[in-house]
Design a protein around this ligand. Structure first.
Ligand SMILES: C[S@@+](CC[C@H](N)C(=O)[O-])C[C@H]1O[C@@H](n2cnc3c(N)ncnc32)[C@H](O)[C@@H]1O
Length: 222
């Protein structure tokens, strides 16, 4: 019996209301809106000339990012944050402080690192006080996983660094073990006073409650 090819009706692409909002809402002054969401960015689309770029994943209220941008005017900073209200707040405060080397990208951190950042483009990637997803059944939602580290490594320039800080000891141990399993980073020393590193908003809050921070600093070999 001849093979009968099944016919499928032509499908109209569906855009959900949140997607439509992303595509149609006017950009916030100070927001970084990529020229394209479905291909890797080019370095020139991320920053001016060959200035160093630093990325802060899950930037929250942006205290850390703004202090960094003020301290290092010769570098460019991009905060990644999925909550629109926080993006608006950081953009507003950063404009008030006259920081023209800081922009905020409203998107999922994992997507940005794995799909948007160009290879060998970023000097430092910061992941500070991320959600620890403490329940075992939620561990797969943690950002620090081997494929994520592979994408971080690709995005970093030779000698670039990935800095991970958390108050959650078990997530910290998970980070140390995952970096060891990944095996392509060199671990560097990082204590509170190793170099200029402003406190984050959550860090200030948690240290005020008597919690300690755990730090992991990794370098991409040249
Ligand atoms: C606990 S807060 C820490 C904020 C900031 N780093 C600090 O230390 O003050 C985590 C932030 O990451 C954001 N966030 C969580 N998961 C994210 C993701 N997958 N992509 C982008 N932002 C995320 C949350 O909305 C929140 O603002």
């Amino acid at each position: 019996m001849p093979f009968a090819r099944r016919q499928f009706p032509a499908r109209t692409p569906r855009v959900t209301p949140p997607q439509l909002h992303v595509l149609t809402r006017p950009p916030i002054p100070g927001e970084f809106v990529p020229p394209h969401y479905f291909r890797k960015l080019q370095r020139a689309e991320l920053c001016n000339g060959d200035r160093p770029i630093e990325i802060d994943l899950g930037t929250g209220d942006g205290g850390f990012l703004m202090d960094m941008a003020q301290h290092f005017p010769e570098r460019d900073f991009i905060g990644v944050e999925r909550l629109l209200g926080r993006v608006r707040k950081v953009c507003r405060k950063s404009r008030r402080r006259g920081l023209d080397n800081l922009r905020v990208l409203r998107l999922d951190s994992k997507y940005v690192v794995e799909w948007l950042l160009p290879e060998a483009s970023v000097s430092r990637i910061h992941l500070l006080c991320p959600d620890p997803w403490p329940k075992a059944r939620h561990h797969r939602r943690r950002l620090v996983q081997v494929p994520f580290l592979e994408a971080v490594r690709k995005a970093l320039i030779p000698g670039g660094e990935f800095l991970f800080m958390t108050d959650h000891e078990e997530y910290f141990e998970w980070g140390v073990e995952t970096v060891a399993e990944f095996g392509k980073f060199e671990r560097l020393e990082w204590t509170e006073d190793s170099f200029f590193y402003p406190k984050t908003d959550f860090q200030i809050q948690w240290e005020g409650e008597g919690k300690s921070m755990f730090r992991l600093r990794c370098r991409k070999a040249g």
